[in-house]
Ligand binder design. Structure first.
Ligand SMILES: Cc1cc2nc3c(=O)[nH]c(=O)nc-3n(C[C@H](O)[C@H](O)[C@H](O)COP(=O)(O)OP(=O)(O)OC[C@H]3O[C@@H](n4cnc5c(N)ncnc54)[C@H](O)[C@@H]3O)c2cc1C
Length: 355
């Protein structure tokens, strides 16, 4: 385990002081969410996996995951929005397109350039949702992107499109309705009406004969890359679940001070211990090549749901108020159950429920 990076303390005090008191509003109001994101940018916290971007150094895997966990503890919506941009930064940092890197990397940490991602369609089976046809000087993209978070906040997003050989091209495209002179177009749906994190302005995109010039290509990946990548990174999303579990326990701990019922403390102690064990198991698995990562991810997901239920239970009827924290955390647990889901993760999640 590395020493705690000072950036984590900077993040934690910002989140505690400015984000936690606004969490309900950040969950429902896109402007409040964007203000919270700006605060992370003002502290150069928006490109933690990008070496030397804007003077900010890349941090270790453990520090980055802990950061994700801490943000989630205070606001699921902010965690979800910022992680799309951090993913885009990670993609751009790995690109061999030097001109593109120079254009974006120095401006990602502060949020001067904000970029989303739309590639989860590559996980799906059957007919590809978005296809790329190689043409002179680039690719023609046709089809749709089912999920892109950050409309009205991010200026562009990195789309993943399937190539004729089953590989995928990733390229930067505008995140605003745009028409090309040659007839290509990209249009977006209205923001989805979501039960949780509606403020993230998640939309779908429709691309028609969209010309992606080589200059906007981030990289090309071989067939099966997404599945291999998902297998390798199965634990990454667990940190959102861990942060969400902590958010639930924060509510339980707070309520225990006013409702002096010994079983609330007993429940808190047991779940708190389990959360520490689950977290330690996940961190250990990063060092153990043959650890059962799927089992650990499923444990984190189920624990988040149980901690959220505990928060609802101790809050009694008030948990059903529209802006009650327990209810928000409960809805966030739903998102972190399915975000980045693969068939194997779905199976592991269900197996845990019937074990
Ligand atoms: C609020 C929200 C915002 C999001 N924002 C983004 C974003 O900004 N960028 C982004 O890239 N993604 C985003 N996602 C997508 C995201 O992480 C997906 O939820 C996740 O990848 C699951 O995808 P899906 O819901 O489309 O399900 P699917 O991909 O349809 O299914 C999940 C898994 O089950 C498998 N599966 C489905 N049907 C079958 C079947 N019949 N037989 C066998 N296997 C099957 C699929 O192959 C896949 O592996 C967002 C999701 C949510 C909920």
């Amino acid at each position: 385990m590395d020493c705690r990076h000072p950036l984590l303390d900077i993040a934690q005090s910002y989140l505690r002081e400015f984000v936690a008191p606004q969490a309900a509003q950040i969950d429902s109001d896109p402007a409040a969410l964007q203000t919270a994101l700006k605060g992370l940018g003002e502290r150069s916290l928006l490109a933690l996996r990008v070496p030397q971007s804007g003077g900010a150094a890349e941090v270790s895997e453990e520090t980055f995951r802990t950061f994700q966990e801490i943000v989630t503890r205070y606001s699921g919506a902010l965690a979800f929005l910022q992680t799309q941009h951090q993913s885009a930064g990670g993609f751009l940092a790995k690109s061999e397109n030097e001109a593109l890197k120079q254009e974006y990397l120095p401006h990602l940490a502060t949020g001067k350039r904000l970029v989303g991602v739309g590639f989860s369609q590559l996980r799906r089976q059957g007919e590809p949702a978005l296809v790329a046809q190689p043409v002179a000087a680039g690719f023609l993209l046709n089809g749709y992107v089912p999920w892109i978070t950050g409309f009205g906040c991010f200026q562009e997003f990195i789309a993943g499109a399937t190539l004729p050989d089953g590989g995928a091209v990733f390229g930067v495209v505008p995140f605003v309705e745009t028409y090309q002179a040659a007839g290509g177009k990209i249009i977006f749906s209205e923001p989805m009406e979501l039960a949780a994190m509606a403020s993230t302005n998640t939309v779908t995109a429709q691309l028609t004969q969209w010309f992606l010039p080589k200059e906007r290509v981030v990289f090309i990946k071989p067939a099966g890359w997404i599945h291999e990548n998902d297998r390798k990174n199965v634990l990454q999303h667990s940190f959102f679940a861990l942060g969400c579990a902590r958010a639930g326990l924060d509510i339980v701990e707070e309520v225990a001070k006013t409702k002096q019922l010994p079983f609330i403390n007993t429940t808190f102690d047991a779940l708190d211990r389990e959360l520490l064990n689950c977290r330690a198991g996940i961190l250990e698995a990063y060092r153990q090549p043959d650890a059962d990562r799927l089992k650990l991810r499923a444990w984190a997901i189920e624990l988040a749901c149980r901690c959220a239920t505990a928060a609802v239970t101790v809050s009694s009827g008030a948990a059903n108020y529209k802006h009650h924290a327990a209810q928000r955390v409960y809805r966030e647990a739903l998102v972190f159950t399915v975000a980045g889901q693969t068939t194997a993760v779905m199976e592991a999640t269900l197996s845990r429920l019937i074990r």
